[in-house]
Design a protein around this ligand. Structure first.
Ligand SMILES: [Zn+2]
Ligand SMILES: [Zn+2]
Length: 280
């Protein structure tokens, strides 16, 4: 069965993320390690870490994804920011590895005034500082607007250029893909996506799908997530996308708008409906 889950909250405690995932009937989940808008990252004590690993095993939540925080910028024009970013990136990846996360997902920053090769070089330097990990691999996510990660062709080039031992593949976010101009509501958009993955990369490199509808129109270059079926991708769009057979075993994580747990439940049910239809 294709693993399906949501991004859950560690607001009250790390263990809360597991409780939410279980409550929602998920078999995989994604978390932040700390508030994604700040530089501070807490140390998880051994008791919490052990309990987290135990509860996760008990509830068979696989794989576990950790999402990077938003401040990390390895190509900033400010050397101080680069240093803080390298430090935080390393801390987050090591902490994810320590929690036995399978993957750590990151969006790379773009800079319109910087050449691709310089971006690759600086980004590689950031990743290269991370020591060998026990099991966690880093995934690079596509974005809505960027010269290095919005088009699938660029995303795979970037992956190749910044690759280290610790980088294990890519993550495709449907909202970002759509906003970057891939109209997955239509056969041509699906075909373009498949052709580019096959020509410039490989489906085996896709380890995670972020399933989000889009508040913005196709090609808008704007990253605004919407509830499944309520945006411009719509139920038909997701049905098209998820019927790509090479994706049929790849874990799906929702990052749809969330005020209360009920919002996740509704979105998960929409996806379950689609998956049921595809399997029938
Ligand atoms: Zn995403
Ligand atoms: Zn997004």
């Amino acid at each position: 069965m294709q693993p399906l889950g949501v991004h859950t909250s560690i607001k009250s405690s790390l263990l809360n993320s597991i409780e939410e995932a279980v409550e929602l009937g998920c078999n995989t989940f994604q978390i932040f390690l700390h508030s994604p808008q700040v530089w501070q990252i807490p140390e998880f004590d051994d008791t919490t870490t052990e309990e987290f690993k135990k509860q996760r095993k008990l509830n068979k939540l696989n794989p576990l994804f950790v999402h990077s925080s938003y401040l990390i910028n390895l190509i900033s024009s400010n050397p101080k920011t680069i240093n803080s970013s390298k430090y935080l990136l390393k801390r987050e990846v090591m902490a994810a590895d320590n929690l036995e996360a399978d993957y750590y997902v990151i969006h790379l920053k773009d800079n319109k005034d910087m050449e691709k090769n310089e971006i690759f070089k600086k980004t590689f330097e950031g990743f290269n500082r991370i020591e060998d990990l026990k099991g966690c691999k880093i995934l690079i996510e596509n974005t809505a607007k960027s010269k290095i990660t919005a088009n699938i062709t660029d995303l795979f080039e970037t992956y190749e250029k910044v690759k280290t031992e610790n980088i294990g593949g890519i993550c495709i976010d449907t909202c970002h893909l759509f906003a970057a101009g891939y109209d997955i509501t239509k056969d041509e958009g699906i075909k373009r996506f498949i052709d580019e993955v096959q020509a410039y990369g490989d489906f085996s490199l896709i380890k995670l799908i972020h399933l989000n509808d889009s508040k913005a129109q196709v090609g808008a270059g704007i990253d605004r997530h919407e509830h499944i079926g309520k945006g411009y991708i719509g139920m038909e769009g997701f049905l098209n996308f998820l019927s790509i057979k090479e994706l049929s075993h790849i874990p799906l994580i929702l990052e749809t708008p969330k005020k209360r747990l009920e919002d996740d439940r509704k979105n998960l049910n929409q996806v379950r409906k689609i998956l049921k239809k595809l399997r029938s």
